[in-house]
Design a protein around this ligand. Structure first.
Ligand code: FIX
Ligand code: ZN
Length: 434
């Protein structure tokens, strides 16, 4: 499916014709092409955030998905790799994964798709032409271009209020860009409490490492301050495969006594991304995280005991997908989303999405990009549209076979739900699709 053409197609959607089997695929592709996505989880930033917003060829090639593959092929040690410049790292990765090997993996094919989208060579021996092209781009204009090419109207960020690079940007009251929506990310507070509590003390919050009663009310104050400063559309945390709730730990107490109540106070969903095993190989840094199967009974308890809270949930382990679907059938305060990280491969996205349609109809959010580099939006959403089209068309054909006709309106309504309005409804407000 061509990435660029999101202009209004000449196929009118107001004629409720009943589609024949072979027209369905075309109508699905058209609806997917014309619908601007809301990308509900990324690590992207608008131009006003400066250098923490990653884009360009060196960032594309030093993406941790590619670093993981590079260390499999290269004799270069991680220690040697971290000693050289980002430019040299990018050159080494291009040479190893794109020149000396065929870029067949999902992540390497992604870089090829981006180069093609900008009309850049995909088989060059070096990066000089690509580097010259990206050097000519201005951040603002490039962002406009990439969002248009990717068919994405709104990007949801991941904002860590305790990140030493990001916090000062918020304290400076940064100019907001409505296409980039903030999220209050709480991993440092909920997963690494032994570290940041002193940082909060230095910011004037009377907290301690025991999560005492005083500490809890101070965390509530911290969350309120940041909700007023950042205006997040949800709060979020990634959790290990060992996550247990309830638990008499700082994590369990802060989640129960501070985060869940604050989410209710500010009417914000809580996003739980469950199943990551952080840093199983710290030598390769961001590429060193892995996956583990989680016990999802904690999720059952959360949804059951806190019906007033809305949960956005993504699980990293393939083995947890079915349980998540079943829990979503039990609790309407649970919205499954995305094929996260190691699951974001067409063969697995297909499996997960088919199962979700069979068990949940259109009441889920099929994908988020998790883009860390701006141009990744182009290939990640191209892949998602390409993978979704035959799955949706197959479901509609089964519906026709079972005795109910399908119209373009049906398809457009469902695609709109899957790519944007399910999420908009869950957070309680819409975004412009212009
Ligand atoms: O926790 C997360 O938000 C993960 O998506 C990241 O930590 C991870 O590094 C990533 O980029 C996955 O795609
Ligand atoms: Zn992420």
């Amino acid at each position: 499916m061509e990435a660029a053409s999101f202009e209004k197609s000449n196929l009118s959607v107001d004629r409720p014709e009943r589609l024949s089997g072979h027209e369905i695929e075309g109508a699905v592709q058209d609806a997917l092409a014309r619908t601007q996505c809301v990308d509900m989880h990324t690590h992207l930033y608008p131009a006003a955030f400066g250098k923490i917003g990653l884009w360009g060829i060196d960032e594309l090639l030093t993406y941790h998905y590619l670093e993981a593959e590079f260390f499999r092929h290269s004799s270069m040690t991680p220690e040697d790799y971290w000693r050289v410049s980002k430019r040299a790292q990018a050159e080494a990765i291009w040479k190893t994964l794109f020149v000396e090997n065929t870029p067949l993996s999902e992540a390497t094919r992604g870089v090829i798709a981006v180069l093609k989208a900008f009309g850049l060579p995909t088989e060059a021996p070096d990066l000089s032409e690509a580097r010259a092209f990206f050097a000519e781009q201005s951040a603002e204009a490039h962002i406009n271009n990439v969002l248009r090419m990717a068919g994405v109207s709104t990007v949801v960020m991941t904002n860590d209020p305790l990140d030493p690079e990001e916090m000062p940007v918020w304290m400076k009251d940064v100019k907001s860009d409505p296409r980039f929506q903030p999220v209050l990310r709480l991993d440092r507070i909920l997963c690494e409490w032994s570290d940041p509590w002193e940082q909060l003390v230095s910011h004037g919050y009377d907290v301690d490492n025991r999560a005492s009663a005083v500490c809890i009310s101070e965390i509530r104050r911290f969350l309120s301050d940041w909700c007023r400063r950042m205006r997040p559309i949800y709060m979020a945390v990634s959790l290990p495969d060992t996550f247990q709730f309830p638990a008499d730990t700082p994590q369990g107490i802060l989640l129960r006594e501070a985060v869940l109540p604050s989410c209710r106070e500010f009417d914000l969903p809580l996003s739980l991304m469950i199943g990551v095993r952080r840093q199983v190989n710290p030598r390769i840094r961001l590429a060193g995280d892995a996956v583990g199967r989680a016990d999802l009974q904690s999720l059952e308890t959360l949804c059951h005991q806190y019906p007033e809270n809305r949960f956005l949930v993504s699980v990293l382990s393939r083995e947890n997908q079915h349980e998540l679907c079943v829990y979503a059938r039990k609790f309407n305060n649970l919205m499954p989303f995305g094929c996260w990280w190691f699951l974001n491969n067409p063969s697995i996205v297909e499996e997960i999405t088919r199962e979700r349609i069979e068990m949940l109809g259109t009441s889920f959010i099929p994908q988020h990009s998790d883009a860390r580099v701006l141009e990744q939006l182009i290939y990640k959403w191209q892949n998602t549209r390409r993978t979704l089209a035959p799955i949706l068309a197959g479901s509609y054909r089964l519906l026709v076979e079972d005795g109910r006709d399908v119209t373009r309106q049906d398809i457009q309504r469902d695609v709109d739900k899957l790519l944007r309005s399910n999420f908009e409804k869950w957070i309680g407000h819409g975004f412009s699709a212009s």
